[in-house]
Structure formats: C-alpha cells, structure tokens
Ligand binder design. Structure first.
Ligand code: UTP
Length: 296
C-alpha cells in the first residue's frame, strides 16, 4: 500500500516584490480574490485532497497570515446575535484545528527549494504535497485531488503541468518529456527557467507538487541554481532516475495571482462565477468594453 499524502507545505516566505507597495504591509497570500484571501483557496483545495497537516514556511512581516487562521470569538458572537448564520458558517470554515497547522520561519529568502527544505523535520519520511498559494486553480475537481488520485497509481514524484506559449517558457520550470500518456507524462529532464530557444518543450510546471521525501535529502546537498536561489526543480530532477518524476496535465484553469495581470483576470473570473455578483459584474464589463471599443 502506498502511503497517503496527508501533509502539505505552503511556502509563503517570498518577498512579493511584484505587488509592492501593497506587500509592504500585506502578505501576498492574504490579498483577496472576491472575498477570500488567496491562501483560503489553497487550504480548501488541500482539504479536498485529504491533507490533514498544513505546514507554512513564513518570514518577517507575515503575522497577518498567522492571525487569519485563529478563531474569532467576538466576530462569531456578533454574527450569531444578529442571526447572520451564513456568514458565520463561512467564517467558521476558516478556523484551523489546534495542531493541524504549523509555521516555520525561513530566515533568508534563499529560494523555493530552501523554503521547502525548512519543513524537513516535520515531514519526516513520508510523501508530501507542496502548494504555492499564488497559483489559484479553478476546477470542477480540485487540482491537488486530481493529482493525489493519479499519484495512487504512479507513486514517485508528481508535478502539475500545463502548456504555456513558447515565449513564456523562460518564466517556468519546463519538462523534457520521455513518454506522453495523455493526462500524464513521464519526465526525462526538468529545466528551471530555460532560455526560450533552449526550452525542451512548452510543458511548464506550476505550483502543485507531490514529492517523495528523497527530494528533501537532495535539497540537503544542493547549492544555489538558476537566479542564485536553491531551486526545487533541481532537487526533483535528481529523482528522475530514482523514484521517478511525472508531469500531470490537470483539468482546470490556472491563474497566476503572483502577477498583477493574473490577479485581475482571476478577480473577474471568480466574480463571474458567483451567483450573487455575476449579473452586475457582466453588465459593468459590457459597458466598459463598449466605451473601449467606441474610443478605438
Ligand atoms: P515567487 O517567485 O513568486 O516570489 O515565489 P515572491 O517573492 O513570492 O514574489 P515576487 O516574484 O517577488 O513578486 C514562488 C513561491 O515561493 C515562495 C513564495 O512565497 C511563493 O509562494 N518562496 C520563494 C519562499 O517561500 N521562499 C523563497 O525564498 C522564495
């Protein structure tokens, strides 16, 4: 029997420079899509996939993120008094059980690989998930759940993958495919942020992973890679000939909420998906487009 994936690492210690000045005081992961912070979408996705322990890698200035998961007795009492039971239910769903959540400090932003390595003692010797909350994925079946189901067949290491335009390959980890089996591909190499002309494909890794604990041992030995950071991609690539690496083409739409354009697109898409907002929002967007078109 394969061990179940019950732990997920959420690396949130990055500087969030693309959202300055907002991220001077607001952690990127607390920024709000409609009425929920980015991190809540990731937590909901993790829970749906059977994750029971949530390990956050944080840094200076992230206390708002830690506070977010606390109970809020005063708010809850007021909502109960006013009979706002729907809002109360929404609020209670954000509470985390004692002991289910842990915060570890990454003292220096040495890269994603280093952030994941900070969780090594809490992970121990079992497979684990890594989720980057700024990749928000809208899907009928949550992305990590799709991956956990596929992983039950393959084991090894699995990364979420999607086709990107060729000219964007230099912004991602890119897969060199050994065998394409449709939703799943086996991988013969992975390159972090290759030059466009050197990219082995246009199949990019995005922020969902299921990893064998051997990756943590590889991170022990890694020096800095592309961009002077300790790259998770390099530590995973070392498992290609050992425990195996698979790319999984998930079903769903991914928004890069670490970028301004992606964040705005996600706001519109998630707003249009909400019954209470979609009619007004669509009318507004139509009128904006009419004005834009008339001006052209
Ligand atoms: P990004 O590359 O998006 O970096 O990191 P960033 O700092 O969050 O944002 P920008 O580029 O400055 O705007 C990808 C993920 O890895 C985490 C980030 O928090 C984000 O979730 N990360 C990155 C760490 O936890 N530690 C690091 O040293 C680097």
């Amino acid at each position: 029997m394969r061990r179940k994936v019950t732990k997920a690492v959420f690396p949130v210690a990055g500087l969030g420079t693309r959202f300055l000045p907002a991220t001077k005081s607001v952690p990127k992961e607390i920024m709000t899509l409609v009425d929920r912070p980015l991190v809540q979408y990731a937590i909901d996705e993790a829970r749906a996939a059977g994750i029971k322990e949530f390990l956050f890698i944080t840094s200076r200035g992230k206390s708002a993120l830690e506070d977010y998961f606390d109970e809020s007795p005063i708010l809850e009492r007021e909502l109960r008094k006013k009979g706002e039971l729907d809002i109360l239910e929404d609020l209670k769903a954000t509470n985390m059980e004692s002991g289910a959540i842990a915060y570890m400090r990454q003292h220096k932003a040495l890269g994603l690989g280093h952030a994941v390595w900070c969780a090594r003692r809490l992970i121990g010797d079992e497979p684990f998930a890594v989720m980057l909350p700024d990749d928000v994925i809208s899907a009928e079946k949550p992305c990590l759940q799709q991956m956990v189901e596929a992983y039950e067949e393959t084991g090894g290491n699995m990364v979420a993958a999607m086709e990107v335009p060729r000219e964007k390959t230099s912004s991602y980890g890119i897969l060199d495919v050994k065998e394409d089996m449709g939703a799943m591909v086996s991988v013969k190499n992975m390159v972090e942020k290759p030059k466009v002309e050197e990219a082995p494909s246009n199949l990019a890794v995005i922020g969902r992973y299921i990893l064998d604990p051997a990756v943590l041992k590889n991170l022990n030995k890694l020096k800095t890679g592309a961009g002077g950071e300790i790259q998770l991609t390099d530590a995973i690539a070392q498992e290609i000939d050992n425990t195996g690496v698979y790319g999984y083409r998930f079903r769903g739409q991914r928004f890069d909420c670490g970028s301004k354009a992606g964040f705005l697109q996600a706001t519109v898409a998630f707003g249009l998906a909400r019954d209470d907002l979609k009619d007004d929002l669509r009318r507004f967007l139509d009128s904006v487009m009419q004005i834009e078109n008339a001006a052209e």
